[in-house]
Design a protein. Sequence first.
Length: 173
Amino acid sequence: MPVIKKLVITAGLLLPVAVYANEQSRSFSEFKQPHQISNTFRVSFADMLTPDDAKSMSQRAAELINQKGTLGISDFSRTDGGFLMKDGYVFCMSMKAVMISHPIRNQLVGQNLYHYQRYGQPFFKQMVEVADRDGEGWVEYRWPYPGTSELRLKMSYVVKNEAGFFCGVSAFK
């Protein structure tokens, strides 16, 4: 593999760690949009996660962060990391709803989504509340079903880890 490709892959894997580290020392108004890194993972809506799959993957993500610390975040974006399966992926957020890691929509990394409302529900705020209050649990909201404009019930299972942030995985109910 050429040196340039290795550099791009390494930068893509370390970007979420850098964003989280910067968050710890900067106010949220100082966040700048991180450099966009493309991802080769393609979502297949023909084979979708079940809620049980989402819960299990989210709990495994918390265990990984508890073992590796923030360096474990890079595993969530790797196609061989075991966290990109079916249509599912792991996203991570700070307890103030700043996106730390999102392997599908890198443009969300570094953004504060606490007040974000889509389809009438502040579900990121609710994720923070569940993680803070219970340590882990489900947040339900309505989201367009892939390939349609029909709103269906979607669920995210979030788990707060020992590093002080939470990760989640979503599935349609």
